[in-house]
Design a protein around this ligand. Structure first.
Ligand SMILES: *Cc1c(COP(=O)(O)O)cnc(C)c1O
Length: 246
């Protein structure tokens, strides 16, 4: 069975090959290791293999893992990539380094108010519903420029870029299309905001997962979020609704 370490090496090879194919510098793409549903020991194994950035979807699970790995805290970057409700913002502002899933101003305002003064500003990506799926979280592309302007003005946050989870597609060309749209949206926001706010660094396009890493890198991803290709497939998440047996 492949080890976590060998699977991580494989992902770095995929990134390097995708960068090569796109004529990009291999260092322009960062690997975010998505550890959701996997135990702290697996994160430690990835740490031993050289990884420092980890993504979690569920607030409580992430907090538990951050606590279990407190001895590594100074060396790790913890990213929240899953949906965030307004009643959960405080522990996120206190314990995470990044939030990729901000899709409305109210959440950003709370994170800014609750970010402790002794910590650096919280890094933020705006999540965009780039495929326009009715069930998906994320701001609509049309909302993003105004939301970005408002979030960039909040004192304890640092707006870094955009994030998306496109609708899955099997073909490479079909996979590229939403990533291209997200990249174009970031370029638009940059053009509108960076002239007004000189200190703004919109350097992050958080896109690409295990199944579409190559397509995302081809379209300019700067951070790919990889889970199952490293840790294996996840058990199905228990649903919030009790199974009624129908
Ligand atoms: C689970 C998840 C990932 C990782 O997905 P894999 O297909 O396991 O690589 C990336 N981003 C988000 C937002 C996720 O929820």
């Amino acid at each position: 069975m492949a080890t976590i370490s060998s699977r991580i090496q494989k992902q770095h090879q995929r990134i390097a090959q995708a960068c090569h194919a796109a004529g990009r510098d291999v260092h322009s793409v960062t690997l975010l290791v998505v550890s959701k549903t996997f135990p702290a020991e697996d994160v430690r194994e990835a740490f031993d293999a050289g990884e420092r950035r980890f993504g979690e979807n569920y607030v409580q699970e992430g907090l538990d893992k951050i606590a279990a790995l407190a001895d590594l805290r100074d060396q790790l970057e913890w990213h929240l990539i899953g949906p965030l409700q307004s009643n959960k913002t405080k522990p996120v502002a206190e314990h995470f380094d990044w939030v990729h899933s901000v899709d409305r101003l109210k959440i950003a305002q709370r994170l800014s108010e609750q970010r402790p003064a002794h910590l650096p500003p919280l890094n933020i990506c705006l999540q965009v519903n780039i495929s326009g799926e009715a069930s998906k979280s994320g701001a609509s592309p049309a909302e993003v420029p105004a939301l970005a302007r408002a979030v960039a003005g909040l004192p304890r946050l640092r707006l870094r870029g955009l994030m998306a989870v496109p609708e899955p597609a099997a073909e490479f060309e079909a996979q590229r299309q939403p990533h291209r749209a997200l990249a174009a949206l970031l370029a638009q926001v940059k053009a509108e905001l960076q002239t007004e706010q000189q200190d703004l660094t919109l350097d992050t396009l958080s896109m690409g997962m295990s199944a579409d890493l190559e397509a995302a890198v081809a379209e300019g991803a700067s951070m790919v979020r990889i889970g199952s290709a490293i840790f294996g497939s996840r058990a199905a998440k228990p649903t919030a609704e009790p199974d009624t047996g129908h």
